[in-house]
Design a protein around this ligand. Structure first.
Ligand code: ASP
Length: 451
C-alpha cells in the first residue's frame, strides 16, 4: 500500500480516505452513530427551542418535539415490552448456571457488599462536595422561599417510630405473594426476588426435572434479545429525537440559575466514575482504557435513555462478548444490579437534599446527614430503573427533612440532564461489578464451557 506509507509520511490522510473511514465507522460502529445522534439532537433542539434559536413558536416546538421523540419512545416501549421476561429468564439462568448453591452464596454476598459499599461511598462523596461547595448559596434564597414556602419543622422522633412500626410489613411486602400482580405493577425488586428463588429451586431439584424450565428460560431470553436487537436498529434515531426533545423543553435559562448545583452533581458523578475505574484497574487488573472502549456504547445509550433497565440487554451482551465475563455472572449481576444498584442516583439525591437544606435554611447536624445517607442507600435499592425515578424518590426523602415538597419543583428543570448522567454511572457500577466478580469468583470445576 504505497499511498498509506506516503500519507503516514506527510502525517495526514487524503480527504476521500477520511470520508471512507468516517462512513465505515458510522455503518459499523453503534457508538459513533449514537454520538452523532446526540450532537445533532442537541443542535436541532437548541435551534427550535423558544429560548434558543426560536425557529418555532412555543406550541409548535412542543408538537415538533413530540414527533422527533417518536422513535425514542418506540425504542423505549419495545425494550420495556421484553424487560420483564428478560429479567426473569436471565436471573433464573444466571442463578441456575452457577451450578452450586455455595458458589451462588459467594457471588450474592460479594455483589451485595460491593453494591452497598460503593453506594455508601457515593453518598459520602455527594455530601462532602455539597458541604464544601455550598451550591445553595448561589441562588436567590429569599425569592425561592417566597415562591415555594418556608421550611417545615419535622418531628423526627415520631416519624422514626412510624418507620420502625412499618418495618415488618415492609419486609413481608418484599415477597411477591402474588407474582402476577408484581409483574403487572412492574415491581422489579419483587420480580428479582422471585426469579432468584426460582433459580435456587431449580438447582435443588434433579436435573431431569429442571431441564424443561431451564430450556424455556433459555428460549425466552433469546427471543427477548432478538426483539432488543431489532430495537437497537432504532437507537441512533431514538437518541437524536430524545435529545432534541430535551433541549427544546429545558432551554438554557433553567440551566444557568442552577449551574453550580448541576456542576456539583456532575463533579461527584465523575469522582465516583474514577473510583469505579480504579477498582477495575486494581481489583480486576484490567486497563480502564479497555473497559471504557468496550463499554462506550452501553454508556452512551444509558446517557441518552436515562434508564438502566433499557440498557440492561446491551450490558449483558457487552460484558459477555467484549469483556469475557462468564454468562453465569453477567446474567445474574447485570439484571440484579440494574434493579438494586443505583450509586449514581444516591449521590445525586444527597447533593439535591443538602442543596435544598441550604436554599431553605434548614439546619442539619451530622446525625441528620448520616440518616440522610442511610435513607438514600435504602431508597436507591428500591427505586425503579426508569427515567425520572430518582427525583420521585427524592421528594419523599425531602419531606422527612422538613423541605417543602415544592422544593422538588426547583430541581425539575435541570433534572433530565442529571438523570442522564446518574443513569450512566448507575450502569457503570453494574458493569464494574461484573468484571470484578468475574475475576474474584473462580469458576467451579464444571463441564468445560463452550467457546
Ligand atoms: N434513571 C435512573 C436509572 O434508570 C434512575 C433515576 O432516576 O435516578 O438508573
Amino acid at each position: 500500500m504505497a499511498t498509506e506509507s506516503t500519507d503516514r509520511y506527510f502525517g495526514f490522510k487524503p480527504l476521500e480516505e477520511l470520508t471512507d473511514t468516517i462512513q465505515r465507522l458510522i455503518r459499523t460502529r453503534l457508538w459513533a452513530q449514537i454520538v452523532i445522534g446526540m450532537v445533532l439532537g442537541i443542535a436541532v433542539g437548541m435551534l427550535l427551542s423558544p429560548e434558543g434559536g426560536a425557529l418555532l413558536s412555543e406550541s409548535d416546538a412542543d408538537v415538533v418535539a413530540g414527533w422527533l421523540a417518536l422513535p425514542g419512545q418506540v425504542f423505549l416501549a419495545l425494550i420495556q415490552m421484553v424487560v420483564l421476561p428478560l429479567v426473569v429468564a436471565s436471573i433464573v439462568l444466571g442463578v441456575a448456571s452457577s451450578g452450586d448453591p455455595a458458589q451462588l452464596r459467594k457471588m450474592g454476598g460479594r455483589v451485595g457488599v460491593f453494591f452497598l459499599a460503593t453506594t455508601a461511598a457515593a453518598t459520602a462523596i455527594g455530601i462532602s462536595l455539597a458541604l464544601v461547595v455550598q451550591p445553595g448559596n448561589y441562588l436567590d434564597r429569599e425569592t425561592v422561599q417566597q415562591t415555594l414556602g418556608p421550611a417545615q419543622v419535622v418531628a423526627s422522633a415520631a416519624s422514626d417510630e412510624v418507620k420502625l412500626a412499618d418495618l415488618p410489613d415492609r419486609i413481608v411486602a418484599l415477597i411477591p405473594s402474588d407474582p402476577a400482580r408484581a409483574a403487572l405493577n412492574q415491581s422489579m425488586l419483587q420480580i428479582v426476588l422471585f426469579a432468584i428463588l426460582m433459580g435456587i429451586a431449580l438447582l435443588a431439584i434433579p436435573a431431569v426435572r429442571s431441564r424443561p424450565l431451564l430450556d424455556l428460560a433459555g428460549s425466552l431470553q433469546e427471543v427477548s434479545m432478538q426483539v432488543v436487537s431489532w430495537a437497537m436498529l432504532l437507537a441512533p434515531y431514538a437518541v437524536f429525537g430524545l435529545l432534541a426533545q430535551i433541549s427544546i423543553k429545558i432551554g438554557l435559562q433553567a440551566l444557568l440559575g442552577l449551574s453550580v448545583y448541576v456542576g456539583v452533581v456532575i463533579a461527584g458523578l465523575v469522582a465516583l466514575d474514577l473510583l469505579y475505574l480504579a477498582l477495575v484497574a486494581i481489583g480486576a487488573r484490567m486497563s480502564p482504557a479497555r473497559f471504557l472502549s468496550a463499554t462506550r456504547e452501553v454508556q452512551l445509550l444509558a446517557f441518552s435513555t436515562s434508564s438502566s433497565a433499557a440498557v440492561m440487554p446491551l450490558s449483558i451482551r457487552t460484558v459477555q462478548d467484549k469483556l469475557g465475563v462468564r454468562p453465569s455472572i453477567a446474567q445474574f449481576v447485570i439484571p440484579v444490579g440494574a434493579t438494586v444498584n443505583m450509586a449514581g442516583t444516591a449521590l445525586y439525591q444527597v447533593v439535591a437534599a443538602v442543596f435544598l437544606t441550604q436554599v431553605f435554611g434548614v439546619d442539619i447536624t451530622l446525625g441528620d446527614l448520616l440518616l440522610l445517607s442511610a435513607t438514600t442507600i435504602g431508597a436507591s435499592i428500591g427505586s425503579p430503573s426508569s427515567p425520572g425515578a430518582g427525583i420521585v424518590i427524592l421528594a419523599t426523602i425531602l419531606q422527612s427533612m422538613g423541605i417543602p415538597p415544592g422544593g422538588v419543583a426547583l430541581l425539575i428543570g435541570v433534572d433530565r440532564i442529571l438523570d442522564m448522567s446518574r443513569t450512566t454511572v448507575n450502569v457503570v457500577g453494574d458493569l464494574v461489578a461484573c468484571v470484578l466478580m468475574n475475576r474474584w469468583i473462580k469458576p467451579e470445576a464444571s463441564p468445560p464451557a463452550a467457546g
